[in-house]
Design a protein around this ligand. Sequence first.
Ligand code: LFR
Length: 490
Amino acid sequence: TGPIRVAAVDLGATSGRVMSGRVTARGIELEEHHRFPNGAVRVGGSLHWDVLGIYREMLAGIRKVAETGPLHGIGIDSWAIDYGLIDRDGQLLGNPFSHRDSRTDGVAEKVVDEVGARELYARTGIQQLPFNTLYQLVAARGTVALDAAETLLLLPDLLGYWLTGVVGAERTNASTTQLYGARSGEWDVDLARRLGLPAEVLPALRDPGAVVGRLRPEAADTLGVGSEVPVISVGSHDTASAVVAVPTETPRFAYISSGTWSLVGLELEEPVLTEEARVADFTNEGGVDGTVRFLKNVMGLWVLSECLRSWSERRYRDVELQRLLADAAEFEPLRTVVDINDPRLLGPSTAADPMPERVATLAAERGETVPHSPVAITRCILDSLAVAYRRHVRTAAELAGVDVDVVHVVGGGTRNATLCQLTADACGVPVLAGPAEAAAIGNVLVQARALGADLPDLAAMRALVRASYDVVRYEPGGDLDWAAAEARLP
Ligand code: LFR
């Protein structure tokens, strides 16, 4: 086959991107055609996604890709877990909620009382995030929207439905819902029914690489392309696509997919559903080609970006990220470490409850030196992330019974050199950082294979990533006592 050129739509919680990916036997060329800000909208006490706005920007981006060359396929990935509901006329029922919405407060605890934590984990293998789709649906029981729903579509599947008219649920993303059997690879219909949820809204599952459908005439018209262009199902969970593009040479690797969230873990062949894994609250999400993403969500750069938003709205009008990171790199290390996964850091910063003050409160509660200045808080966040990475990389390796020789960092967080170095120091193994656009690259590669590229397995895809992108290597070093720092965490 000749060169394959596809559009990769990669949606993050703070920005969306539309890229073209051109794949040949020699490499991948990725070009960004469109980038737009994204963020949840606070309305009537709820946090919603502006999904029509996202759709419009996505169309504008794909159109730009089509205007600049051939278009052989379209693939969409986004953050996981959130969904829209479609009624029997095919109409969207309300604006999808953001997983940071507080309607799920206390719901997980109720479900655990009803089903039991062990059984829940044995069935689904999913970590206890308060906003898992399961808990969002339990919170929605009895609402007009859920009662009227015919089909539940996770966000990339909803956008794909608007392009093609075809409904379905891509497996890597379905696996994050906590309504999907970790061993069966099918919807856990019994669990849904036991919790009084309408299991019939869960659509047929499809694998990454399957064709979703051809464009609806009106979508083809908006995009300025023929309706024969296929929408291709990729690893539609952004983290699944990012893991595809981890340029590893060894099977003994851990990864950190570093963006708004940091996803820290391993690629495995089988889920780990042991009592130890449940207590450590590790998740078993589905990866491309039947792999398991055994990982932990770490609050990630969200905490820093929400601090920045708070500072620029309030006292410190002139805090600038690059300057702040440079100053934080010089600041006293490990002065303050906090539990960066404390649930109080989950919600957006508000004037009444600003993120920097929440970080300071966590420090005060544990008798840590309380950070006040933006530089001190930034350093505390970076150190706390590195300590969390250390803990979770090591725990993952222990729980899965594997050795880890290297930590691959992919995603936007690779641009944060200070954090990459701290990660190497904290984990005690080399960090290989890059590529930054891993999710889009994984999206492109799975499409290319579906369109006939000779990429038989993940190893072949990763070899092509290595041929196309340089990684930056950070050696572990420094003389800080990371074990003692970790012992300061709860
Ligand atoms: C990362 C991510 C995580 C998921 C979180 C919420 O973008 O997809 O993997 O846990 O967002 O959906």
